[in-house]
Design a protein around this ligand. Sequence first.
Ligand SMILES: [Zn+2]
Length: 283
Amino acid sequence: MQVTEHIHAIKIPFPGSTRFVYTYLIYGARICMVDSGIASAKEMILNYLQKTGRGLKEMNLLVQTHSHADHIGLSAEIKRLSGCKVAVHAAEKAWIEDIELQYRERPTATFRSYVQNPVGVDLVLRDGDILDLGGGLTLEVIHTPGHSSGSVSFLFPADGALFSGDAIPPVGGLPIYSDVLVTVKSIRKLSELTGLKGLFSSWHDPLRGEKVYQAMDEGLAYIQEIHDLVRQEKAKSPALRSKELTRRVLKVLGIPESLLSPIVITTIEAHLKHSQRLNVLET
Ligand SMILES: [Zn+2]
């Protein structure tokens, strides 16, 4: 669906799950794609382009918010079909160019169904880079680590839009980040941007108006809520292993136990690392 003058959002469902990921297309003289989604979404994306009178041949740039499987699943195929350049932060380059390395270091049950092929990176992104999309349109790179070390967000000034990838956890959703304090710092960095009219994340449905900054505040409050829960459960049973602790925290949060995985345990361990702190929002 079209969400701003230039931006189109495509919601990609994860097969057999209620979860999803968003990918975005910026329509200008050419097309820039923000994340490619999962392998099974190919027809969906091609159909969307066709329905809106555009085509893959017009795409010249694919920017990645980070390298996780659900964001790079179609990248190799998109690049092959369009000839576009692929851009990602230096800290994510290895996992996008070598998916077996990613699988070894961050195995997930769905990995192989989401991504089948690695893709070569053409452009390494740095904080503050300004990408020229042609026709006066630009995209500014904002390094927002925490969810992963090379996670970036993209500011699209023409429409007052921000693409935040997985930087802001959705309230009630699965919390996934490897560093709590860095995540908080990144969300604060985004909340300091002025004049945002739209927030286009991978995890939230597109948000506009006051909901943009509200989602950032709520994400921060959610991180503190999780921190409080981790501290409480740890205090109740100090000898608890992190897997069991994660199970208990998810239960209180109302998140199904079926979503318990090593990556969520990593999040809880990231909180445990700072369990002496009452407040993780004061960094
Ligand atoms: Zn991710």
